[in-house]
Design a protein around this ligand. Sequence first.
Ligand SMILES: [Zn+2]
Length: 256
Amino acid sequence: MNMLTISPIRAFSDNYIWLITRGNQGFVVDPGEPGPVVTALQAGGIELTGILVTHHHFDHTGAVDALKAETGCEVWGPPDSPAGPYDHTVREGDTASVLGVDFSVLNVPGHTLDHIAYYSATERALFCGDTLFVGGCGRVFEGTPPQMRGSLEKLRRLPPDTLIFCAHEYTLANLRFARLVEPNNSALSEFLSACEAKRANDQPTVPSSISDELSCNPFLRWESPEIVKTLEASGRLTDDSPDGVFTAVREWKNTA
Ligand SMILES: [Zn+2]
């Protein structure tokens, strides 16, 4: 039985700010702009008590100061963050208490060096910012591709029914790219159809689950013989190690 209710607040063109509530108290994850958050809090009669930050990018932190000033809430975030310092600095091995529920912090560098994720085993929920997306992963801006793959490998080991609350609705573009990389993956085709139906009704495709991602996401499937074959056939693979396969898929997606 979950203690927390998690719902999306849409922001910018394709961001999700996750609203976590228990009774009339709430947390938000990665608030990039204040307006939609304030509207959602007012609509639900919710008092904001905390903010979780996954990484420093402006579309994840732009509303932190305004919301803190308005509500007096406390902020959790990573150390050495260009958008910090935060009230509570957390890193791998630390815990953030969210409305009475413990979330473990995982270091997931790659997209940025300060990137962390928040995972609750009891809620089966992962807030992973721009590290893992439905059918994709974040661009590697500050780290290296092997570092990013290591972060994704850590997330891949979470229980299969863990829900993936990522920060963007990039799913259809990701899954259409995934089909280029692995055209005969039937689970992927079925998942794409289900996600297309949701988008046609203006519903979020997020959250997915670790199990969805294990079967469909090419950035978690570096062992797939078909992916290796596709990369080789198109002259993109110079190294068939896990890092080599991941790097080749990431580079292909950067220019696709
Ligand atoms: Zn980002």
